[in-house]
Design a protein around this ligand. Structure first.
Ligand SMILES: Cc1cc2nc3c(=O)[nH]c(=O)nc-3n(C[C@H](O)[C@H](O)[C@H](O)COP(=O)(O)OP(=O)(O)OC[C@H]3O[C@@H](n4cnc5c(N)ncnc54)[C@H](O)[C@@H]3O)c2cc1C
Length: 453
């Protein structure tokens, strides 16, 4: 009897912690929106990126083992994996390499603390293992940070403590390059917390700090590419494909900079087109017999604003909001990087829209009312589109896992669908082994990347 009661009490206690963690912001909040202050409007970043002058060195025709179309983090990571296996490759991008989603991310190499809510432990574990690998192979692009996750109530604090202990001490114990004592983790000192201007006037009473890695997403992409011997065709459009016996043989390319025509022949092809996958393959093969025009992705746009620095905001904050949304405030490069939002879209490039900017400002004002967010100079803003593998449900709750899929009816084409920066190397290691039948042993996880700067 006593045992039963004790179990029941524990269940109620754990449930309370869980509810607290899940509905952290189901509280009365004060919203200090000043309607007289208009957010600053900015130009969207150009896409496709404006091409620089043409390079004369690219030959008019080439033959390689593997042709890669799409030069984001996935395409670049695959190029490196193939080089590590001694396989020749070429990479084609309609724009500059790393100029798509791989330059508009939150720039974290992480397990994703918010997936604790969706019990996606496998994704978290994989992300945390990859985080350690990136630190080994690209230490020049990685920086450890202690993220503060603020809490407003006792039970929320307990929930965060439990979740963060699991994240940092069990799943994410392996942190190469982490200097013990330099970035304090766990319960944040009260005086430090109260000195942070974001805590003043907010409902938050304290914070628990957890570890994650900051990176430079485009830099990482270019480093992967620099670590490969792939032939490079940036700013090239694919005009048409040569198809023989249900295999894609060659691509006819045009250099967007000067109109030069080029031909690329490859035994196997990988399309790593990020959020442009569905629209592009439909455009290329829509009328080909046997091509399945089904939608494979759901696209979700997210925005970031880069604001002028605010004195006293020295550590990154992660705020879990209702419905699973996370708002980040990350001091970096002398600015405050704030985001993100989720808006379902149907194109690979989505500019920042006023309603989204407004949503982000409102969230910031609601959570950290002491800071006059709208009066801070916007240094730049960006919008990226997440390619999410098609599944029903709210995009915020959809898994960020990737899928490798053959493109029927072509026997030699693989699509890369979905994914994250964090897991790109691992996924492309798997793909390279699959399409070449060759493993590169531990080289992918140990060989340092070249620095492309
Ligand atoms: C707001 C936001 C925040 C994110 N934050 C994180 C994070 O913190 N950590 C993390 O791990 N992940 C994060 N992600 C996810 C991550 O950024 C993406 O999953 C990843 O960058 C996708 O890379 P990719 O190579 O698949 O696509 P992309 O980087 O988009 O590359 C596709 C390439 O294909 C090219 N292309 C398009 N059409 C054609 C064509 N017709 N011919 C030739 N080339 C073409 C494009 O120019 C582009 O370079 C975030 C995503 C978003 C949107």
């Amino acid at each position: 009897m006593t045992m039963r009661r004790a179990t029941r009490n524990w269940t109620i206690f754990l449930k309370q912690i869980w509810l607290d963690f899940s509905h952290l912001d189901d509280r009365v909040s004060c919203c200090l929106v000043d309607p007289s202050v208009e957010p600053i409007k900015m130009q969207h970043p150009p896409w496709p990126e404006q091409p620089p002058p043409a390079k004369a060195s690219v030959s008019s025709s080439a033959r390689v083992d593997v042709g890669i179309v799409g030069g984001g983090i996935h395409g670049a990571a695959l190029a490196r994996e193939l080089t590590l296996r001694g396989i020749s490759s070429a990479i084609v991008d309609v724009s500059g390499f790393g100029s798509g989603t791989s330059q508009w991310s939150t720039k974290l190499l992480h397990g994703g603390i918010r997936y604790l809510k969706t019990f996606d432990f496998q994704q978290i574990r994989q992300g945390l293992m990859e985080r350690a690998t990136w630190m080994q192979i690209a230490p020049h692009r990685c920086q450890w940070e202690a993220f503060w996750m603020p809490h407003s109530r006792f039970f929320t604090r307990l929930a965060h403590e439990a979740a963060i202990t699991f994240y940092d001490s069990i799943l994410g114990r392996n942190r190469p390059g982490w200097v013990k004592g330099e970035l304090p983790l766990g319960s944040v000192d009260k005086t430090r917390f109260e000195a942070d201007p974001r805590s003043i006037g907010s409902c938050y009473r304290g914070a628990i700090a957890y570890a994650d890695l900051l990176t430079q997403d485009r830099g990482l992409t270019l480093d992967l590419l620099a670590s490969s011997d792939a032939l490079r065709y940036d700013f090239h459009t694919v005009d048409r494909w040569d198809i023989r016996l249900n295999g894609v043989v060659g691509a006819h390319l045009t250099d967007r900079r000067d109109g030069t025509k080029r031909e690329l022949i490859a035994g196997k092809w990988v399309y790593a087109l990020g959020p442009w996958n569905d629209a592009t393959i439909q455009q290329w093969f829509g009328s080909h017999p046997g091509f399945d025009p089904c939608q494979r992705l759901r696209l979700s746009a997210g925005i970031h604003l880069w604001l002028e620095a605010v004195e006293g905001c020295e550590v990154p904050w992660t705020i879990q909001r209702r419905g699973g949304r996370v708002v980040f405030v990350i001091p970096r490069d002398g600015m405050l990087h704030v985001g993100t939002t989720e808006r379902e879209v149907n194109e690979g490039y989505a500019g920042v829209v006023d309603s989204e900017r407004e949503e982000l400002y409102s969230a910031l004002e609601e959570e950290m009312p002491n800071i006059k967010w709208r009066t801070l100079n916007v240094i730049k803003e960006d919008s990226g589109v997440r390619p999410l593998v098609l599944r029903p449900g709210n995009t915020q709750r959809l898994s960020r896992r990737a899928r490798l899929e053959p493109l029927a009816p072509f026997a030699n084409v693989t699509l890369v669908l979905g994914g994250k920066l964090t897991t790109a190397r691992r996924l492309m290691n798997e793909l390279a082994t699959r399409i070449t039948g060759i493993s590169c042993g531990a080289a992918s996880e140990t060989q340092k990347l070249c620095n492309s700067d």
